[in-house]
Design a protein around this ligand. Structure first.
Ligand code: COA
Length: 234
């Protein structure tokens, strides 16, 4: 059963005019989480867009295919991207910007973000995420459930801090870094762009660009050369 009324998503124009409504891109489990963050912050999700044509509804909101003419005709909308894979999220972020989208920043009411911390456009702070003073996140990042980011951390665009991660003070990360679930990084460590810190890793030393590290202490296990999947190269 689809509990969504056919007219509840409004026209492309009505979506574009309401600053308190957003489109979520990505009908995944993380999409449900992001929708919950939005709703609890008083922001209405009017539409979900996904590349899977078999998905028609998510958490009571209609899902349109990314190739649907109605979606392609939509302009000047507010959006948030609910895709956990950083390279894919970055690719969609750039494309939606050229389509006239305005990236929103969402913070769950139970997340604590210090007054002097900043989150870039399109960044989401999920339930229980803590960001301490003078830490800075770039655009299109995910601060996932119950992560903590201490003072003076500087993180680039498209970073994903997975559930339960602990970043000590002064940690730096380039664009596209993924901190796997429960990873720990000690103070002042620098993580190179597009590197992946494995789940549960304990990072004691700087990590170069485009590497996978894991273990305690974390060590480089391989470099990353993989291209994006074709769907994200539109
Ligand atoms: C680090 C990671 C990216 C490696 O992925 P991968 O390259 O596909 O690695 P594989 O699964 O092929 O595992 C290769 C080996 O490394 C080990 N390994 C993988 N990840 C590990 C980790 N985080 N810590 C310790 N060992 C790990 C595996 O046990 C395996 O060992 P084996 O060869 O002795 O069997 C991945 O395991 C990981 O930790 N991802 C984080 C996922 C996450 O937190 N997602 C949250 C989304 S919200």
């Amino acid at each position: 059963m689809n509990p969504v009324r056919p007219d509840s998503r409004g026209s492309p124009q009505s979506r574009s005019r309401d600053p308190q409504s957003i489109i979520v891109f990505g009908a995944s489990g993380h999409g449900k989480v992001v929708m919950d963050v939005a709703r609890r912050g008083g922001v209405e999700v009017t539409l979900v867009v996904d590349d899977d044509p078999k998905c028609h509804s998510l958490s009571g909101v209609p899902v349109l295919s990314a190739l649907d003419p109605e979606w392609i005709a939509t302009k000047e909308f507010n959006y948030i991207i609910a895709i956990g894979v950083n390279a894919a999220r970055a690719s969609v972020f750039d494309r939606l910007g050229t389509q006239g989208g305005i990236a929103r920043t969402l913070v769950h009411p139970s997340s604590v973000v210090a007054e002097s911390a900043s989150l870039g456009a399109g960044t989401v702070a999920c339930a229980g995420a803590v960001v301490n003073p003078d830490s800075v996140f770039g655009k299109n990042c995910i601060l996932n459930t119950s992560c903590s980011v201490d003072h003076d951390c500087v993180l680039g665009d498209h970073v994903h801090v997975c559930p339960g991660v602990r970043l000590a003070g002064g940690v730096m990360a380039g664009d596209g870094v993924m901190f796997g679930t429960g990873a720990i990084v000690i103070p002042g460590v620098k993580i190179g762009a597009w590197s992946i810190v494995g789940a549960g890793a304990v990072v004691l030393r700087d990590v170069p660009d485009r590497c996978v590290v894991f273990g305690n202490p974390a060590r480089v296990v391989r470099s990353i050369k993989r291209a994006l999947p074709p769907i994200f190269q539109m």
